[in-house]
Design a binder for this molecule. Structure first.
Ligand SMILES: Cc1ncc(COP(=O)(O)O)c(C=O)c1O
Length: 395
């Protein structure tokens, strides 16, 4: 810090390495780490999608595209949203972004002034917090608990609304909890949004990945909601396309030109090759999505059974591909547990603190490895848990 001056802007809250970066650094020096940390599945992008990308490159898709994205892709996204129960959007009201992640920052920069309040479920996907922080908006965390499987309710939203509330973030299915908010609860939350004139950012990126009889209700189609909803999603999860970096957001016509210009300034356009692959994903055979969903469903059962055997309680994962487990039940706080599990068991999972969890009791396990590797991870975890119990009984 030359001259004792803080050279970072005041709005930058995280001034040291993020916990994830620290864990990645530790893992880099260890052999055979089983990575159940990041939300990046081991599954490869289905072949026909990869082929479409290769063909696009061979036929010259090496340039910028329309800033908002290829018009055929925006049409396919509009059709896809409607097919899966969302509102009917016009392609002019859709922006294709380099991942849903970037869309969060575009939306935050476009909608939030300092002092505006953003309602965010807690625990919740952390980049939403970072995006709101960068705009100097005020974060209002809505705490959910294990007692209700971390389900956000209309009542909770209502308790946190003030005249300064502007945006409500809904992540359904949830990350890190895997919770699916029941459709009738979503309808009640939307009533609160209408009453208090909130804009809802509805993150539906895991909507195609739900289990048992759970169903993630799209928000945009509910009465009076399309005009106040920005639907955010992407190709990463349902089509195993994390590395292609294609996401999108769709919203009301009065907001989209300004938001599209922010995106333009950030990225010019999303990579052409990736957009062609995304088009093939959305317009090609859809069996691959069901295959991916079934793969996660099987892994989900294995993980849940293993945790139950270890006596570690967890939220019932109803969607997405995470299990949110109360690892503090072992006797040590979650951050310490995760670090020990990494160093002693070479298994990487993430502490809930990353997702705003104030208890430091929980950790997120991603279903991002095949069943035999998950079984191996569970065995290693059981050994670390046994070591912790042993220390505690001696102490
Ligand atoms: C809830 C949620 N939304 C959005 C994203 C962003 O994904 P991508 O940028 O790969 O589209 C993620 C990634 O993990 C996520 O968990």
């Amino acid at each position: 810090m030359p001259n004792g001056r803080n050279r970072l802007a005041r709005r930058v809250k995280l001034t040291d390495k993020h916990i994830v970066t620290r864990m990645m650094d530790i893992a880099a020096g260890l052999p055979d780490v089983i990575k159940l940390g990041r939300g990046d599945p081991d599954l490869d992008t289905p072949e026909h999608i990869v082929r479409a990308g290769q063909e696009a490159l061979a036929s010259g898709a090496t340039h910028y595209t329309h800033p908002m994205g290829l018009s055929e892709l925006r049409q396919a996204i509009a059709d896809n949203i409607a097919t899966h129960g969302g509102a009917r959007y016009e392609p002019e009201d859709i922006v294709v972004t380099p991942g849903g992640q970037q869309a969060m920052f575009i939306i935050a920069l476009g909608l939030l002034d300092p002092g505006d309040e953003v309602l965010i479920p807690c625990p919740g996907y952390n980049p939403y917090l970072q995006a709101a922080e960068l705009t100097e908006a005020t974060l209002v965390s809505i705490r959910t608990t294990m007692a209700t499987n971390f389900t956000l309710t209309a009542e909770l939203v209502r308790e946190h609304v003030t005249p300064r509330s502007k945006v409500l973030i809904l992540i359904n299915p949830g990350n890190p909890t895997g919770t699916v908010i029941p459709p009738d609860e979503i309808a009640r939350i939307c009533e609160v949004a209408r009453e208090h004139d909130l804009i809802v950012v509805s993150d539906e990126i895991y909507a195609r990945l739900t289990y048992d009889d759970h169903h993630a209700q799209p928000v945009s189609v509910l009465p009076g909601m399309q005009e106040r909803t920005i639907t955010l999603s992407g190709m990463s999860k349902a089509y195993a396309m994390t590395g292609w970096r294609v996401g999108y957001f769709a919203g009301p016509s009065d907001l989209m030109p300004a938001l599209a210009e922010i995106h333009h300034a950030f990225a010019i356009s999303t990579a052409a090759v990736s957009q062609h692959a995304a088009l093939a994903a959305l317009t090609g055979p859809q069996g691959c999505v069901e295959e991916i969903r079934c793969t996660f469903d099987e892994r989900r059962r294995v993980l849940c059974d293993g945790l139950t055997e270890m006596g570690i309680p967890f939220a019932k994962p109803q969607g997405a591909f995470y299990v949110y487990a109360k690892v503090a039940e072992t006797g040590v706080k979650a951050t310490e547990f995760c670090e020990r599990l990494l160093r002693e068991g070479q298994v990487m999972i993430f502490p809930g603190r990353i997702y705003g969890d104030y208890t430091d009791d929980y950790a997120r396990l991603s279903m991002t490895q095949p069943v035999p590797r998950i079984q191996e991870a569970l065995a290693r975890m059981a050994a670390v848990v046994a070591a912790i119990h042993q220390e505690h009984s001696v102490a």
